[in-house]
Design a protein around this ligand. Structure first.
Ligand SMILES: NC(=O)c1ccc[n+]([C@@H]2O[C@H](COP(=O)([O-])OP(=O)(O)OC[C@H]3O[C@@H](n4cnc5c(N)ncnc54)[C@H](OP(=O)(O)O)[C@@H]3O)[C@@H](O)[C@H]2O)c1
Length: 250
């Protein structure tokens, strides 16, 4: 345990936004604890970043009690963490009643239970030191309850509400909480849902963002006091339209 080193823990670091968070946090951190199931991907990331940061790959399935416990143990041994990025996530695609319940339950477990558990583990140390950043990976889908993504959107809406309330509770502690709400971003995320009928080609090219721009927007927003961060003007418009729909539903 070191108080001198700046340390980050990033879940879902083997691909997409999580790997990009590691790349960009390498400029701010001495140590990164990188968590995912695909160990070989984490090793490759460690090699890629070897001369910039000390990266510790932790192979863990955050949908298992054992995987969460291993991650918490890494946090205890290598922490305290200054940055906690709860990024690991996935989606199913299809009408709720037609989908296997296991996928829905796994989304809730990964997006909600694992994120909440890691927040609970990190916050006391952050509070004691009077600093820390928590980034919970939400989605623009949190603002847009939509067919085919009922549980995904709802699990991300949980992260928005949770992050807003947690930030309010932590006011004056030096800890900042962010719920990052990206729109369509080029990562591996859509590969699986394409097999379930999601048609990527229907999304206009202008709606897509690159992972590096999304992560840069997230890190740039730290210090601004903003909890809900929606990268991209087009996404902000959509999020606002989604909020209006909620008001109209009252
Ligand atoms: N891409 C988008 O358009 C988009 C938009 C809005 C929000 N998001 C959110 O951004 C986050 C990152 O997604 P991405 O776009 O970067 O997708 P991605 O490229 O598919 O990466 C997902 C990451 O999550 C990890 N993961 C999945 N299940 C896991 C589990 N059970 N235990 C541990 N790690 C697990 C994967 O690692 P392993 O498979 O190696 O375990 C991978 O590193 C997600 O929370 C997603 O909901 C994405």
């Amino acid at each position: 345990m070191s108080d001198q080193k700046v340390t980050a823990l990033v879940t879902g670091a083997s691909a997409g936004l999580g790997a990009e968070f590691c790349r960009q946090l390498a400029d701010r951190c001495d140590v990164i604890i990188a968590v995912a199931r695909r160990a070989e991907r984490l090793q490759a990331l460690r090699s890629e970043l070897a001369d910039r940061v000390e990266l510790h790959p932790i192979e863990a399935d955050l949908n298992s009690v054992e995987g969460v416990a291993r991650t918490m143990e890494a946090m205890r041994q290598l922490g305290p963490v200054d940055y906690l990025v709860n990024n690991a996530g996935f989606s199913t695609y299809g009408y709720f009643a037609d989908l296997d319940i296991d996928g829905s339950r796994d989304m809730v477990s990964l997006h909600i239970d694992a994120s909440m558990t890691l927040c609970r583990a990190a916050v006391p140390f952050m509070r004691e030191r009077g600093r820390g950043y928590i980034i919970n990976l939400s989605s623009i889908g949190a603002f847009l309850p939509g067919k085919g993504l009922a549980v995904y959107g709802a699990s991300k809406a949980f992260l928005n509400f949770f992050s807003l309330a947690l930030q309010a509770e932590l006011e004056g502690t030096g800890i900042e909480v962010q719920a990052l709400c990206p729109g369509y971003t080029h990562t591996e995320f859509h590969q699986e849902i394409e097999q379930q009928g999601f048609d990527k080609s229907l999304i206009p090219a202008g709606m897509w963002m690159q992972a590096d721009a999304v992560v840069a927007a997230s890190l740039a927003a730290l210090g601004s006091g903003k909890v809900l961060v929606v990268p991209g003007e087009q996404n902000l418009k959509l999020a606002r339209a989604g909020c209006q729909q909620l008001l109209d539903a009252l």
